[in-house]
Ligand binder design. Structure first.
Ligand code: NI
Length: 164
């Protein structure tokens, strides 16, 4: 399997991904390859829809954090406190914008063997988890920007990708 990251305009990024039901070797292998691809592209998170798989899982590897896999994640709780932080996305390479998100998150998910775990995350890891979880619901970080800024970021991205 030769994975690559799909970019803005690909329908799969707009779909609501389906639950993972089979925890098999193929899933483990896909996850392994997602880490390879994410590191190659210097990303800190990658969701299955970004490689064309409309299923509910993603991987993260924040700076100073270990590699993590979230399968069928559920956001249990988010903090009232929000924070502004700069985000980019491997599906919109070359553009960044400040996005307001909750400062912390409580998440439940399964690992590659199907075992359920809970995690409390804050700061950058919380931001990455929320960004990747959005991908499973067909949302991109630009959708969380005020409309005028969203338009600017998207037109900048489109200009850049045309000039490639
Ligand atoms: Ni993204």
């Amino acid at each position: 399997m030769d994975l690559d990251v799909v970019t803005l305009g690909n329908e799969v990024l707009r779909e609501k991904a389906k639950a993972v039901e089979t925890f098999d070797q193929a899933l483990e292998e896909t996850v392994r390859q997602m880490f390879v691809l994410m590191r190659e592209k210097k990303g800190v998170g990658l969701a299955a829809p970004q490689i064309g798989i409309s299923r509910r899982f993603f991987v993260t590897e924040a700076v100073d954090d270990k590699p993590r896999v979230f399968i069928n994640p559920e956001i249990i709780e988010t903090s009232q406190e929000t924070v502004n932080g700069e985000e980019g996305c491997l599906s919109l390479p070359g553009v960044w914008a400040n996005v307001v998100r909750p400062y912390s998150v409580k998440v439940q998910a399964q690992d590659t063997s199907g075992k359920i775990f809970h995690l409390n995350a804050e700061g950058w890891l919380a931001r990455i988890i929320l960004h990747e979880n959005d991908h499973l619901n067909g949302l991109l970080f630009v959708d969380r920007l005020p409309q005028n800024i969203k338009n600017k970021v998207i037109s900048k991205y489109e200009k850049m990708s045309q000039n490639k």
